[in-house]
Design a protein around this ligand. Structure first.
Ligand SMILES: *Cc1c(COP(=O)(O)O)cnc(C)c1O
Length: 389
């Protein structure tokens, strides 16, 4: 890119989170180094207990990444070869990778246009005798309805395994993310709502057997040293990362609230743009949405295309993203699954409309205002030009 504009509003700014807790983080790292328990150490078991409790479940099992949390978590639930798992086509590709790495067969379904969350009517049509689990993704920080999920799973006798990688401490209908079903997966990738200083993930569950199995699988399949009763691997959340996450966890509720507050300000300021074909995805869970991302839809009614608008914002110094530009079923690596363009029309249409606006704890209302003002200026100028012919 030539002459990239000075950044006025970044897409994320992680330094705002770090600065106020820098000394505490240093201390936590030093303590771990002095203890020397770098693998499966005290800070890890402390963090596992704290995160499980905060999420409303019994057990937490720290693993190397969110992707591993899905793969190993499904395996710990007894899901593998020959089992079908239903998941949305419009998710980050790691959801699909997790299912495939568990050895199960992924069955993709479409999403709802208002929320971009999995369409349970479509999921209903995908159920057959081989279906073992439904894997809802609490996309962008909003949970799929727990009541609807539970009813769906009960009707079809399915396991619910939640991908909560974008939904740390999200709430809906009295449930916390990760507490609806048999087990759930979280990611602590740095830019997630709760992020480590490297990779990390966790499986959470209230089922003691699933917890035991997950603990074994992440540690070479050994429930005790040098005795291997499970087909395992090496996937543990580093003690150093857990020590950092222990410092960050007490701030998570406040950080999530700051995101919500910025989102509410976006909602309020963007309302007049609805008539121009621009509006956000629906929040159906009020203050339980934790806004990992704030997603705007630039629909066909808007005088400017999404891509043009994104380019204009970039030139003006406002960073945005697209989550995600290509749904899983159209990714080259997964063509062998046999899906084709047109299979999931809602997911496919959304990829052309969605635009992720700057969103992070510490994003000020002034910055939100600047983003919306820039959007309005670009769209209005173009509307006037269109009318003028
Ligand atoms: C980030 C993410 C993952 C994968 O987590 P990693 O820690 O990057 O492996 C899985 N699913 C969703 C929805 C994610 O956003």
């Amino acid at each position: 890119m030539t002459n990239a504009a000075a950044v006025k509003v970044p897409f994320v700014d992680l330094s705002l989170q770090h600065q106020p807790i820098a000394a505490e983080i240093e201390q936590a790292i030093q303590t771990t180094i002095q203890r020397g328990d770098f693998v499966l150490g005290k800070a890890l078991s402390d963090f596992e207990a704290a995160f499980a409790q905060a999420s409303g479940v019994q057990y937490g099992i720290g693993v190397a990444s969110g992707t591993d949390a899905i793969a190993l978590g499904l395996q710990a639930c007894g899901i593998g070869a020959g089992d079908e798992v239903i998941l949305p086509a419009n998710t980050f590709v790691a959801t699909l990778i997790g299912v495939l790495r568990a050895g199960a067969t992924p069955i993709l379904v479409d999403c709802e246009p208002e929320t971009a969350l999995i369409d349970l009517k479509a999921a209903h049509k995908a159920v057959n005798a081989k279906t073992k689990a439904i894997l809802p993704v609490h996309l962008y920080g909003q949970m799929v309805s727990p009541h609807q999920l539970k009813e769906f799973a009960a009707n079809h006798k399915l396991i619910i395994f939640e991908d909560a990688a974008q939904a740390h401490l999200a709430e809906r209908e009295g449930y916390r993310a990760g507490s609806i079903g048999t087990a759930a997966a979280f990611s602590f990738y740095p830019s997630k709502n709760l992020g480590a200083y490297g990779d990390g993930g966790m499986i959470i569950t209230s089922d003691p057997e699933v917890a035991k199995k997950a603990r074994s699988i992440r540690n070479y399949g050994a429930p005790r040293k040098y005795f291997h009763s499970d087909l395992g691997t090496n996937s543990r959340l580093d003690t150093l990362q857990a020590a950092i996450l222990n410092v960050k966890l007490p701030h998570l509720t406040s950080w999530n609230q700051q995101r919500l507050s910025a989102a509410q300000e976006y909602d309020r300021l963007l309302e007049p743009m609805r008539s121009l074909g621009i509006f956000p995805l629906q929040n159906q869970s009020s203050s339980g949405h934790i806004y990992h991302l704030y997603i705007l839809r630039i629909t066909a009614n808007c005088p400017l295309s999404r891509d043009t608008l994104q380019a204009k914002l970039a030139d003006f110094g406002i960073q945005t993203g697209i989550h995600y530009p290509l749904p899983c079923h159209l990714q080259p690596a997964y063509q062998p699954l046999g899906y084709k363009e047109g299979d999931f029309p809602v997911a496919e249409a959304l990829t052309t409309e969605i635009l992720s606006l700057p969103m992070y704890p510490g994003l000020s209302h002034t910055q939100v205002h600047d983003v919306v003002e820039a959007l309005q200026a670009f769209v209005n100028t173009d509307s006037v030009a269109a009318i003028a012919g």
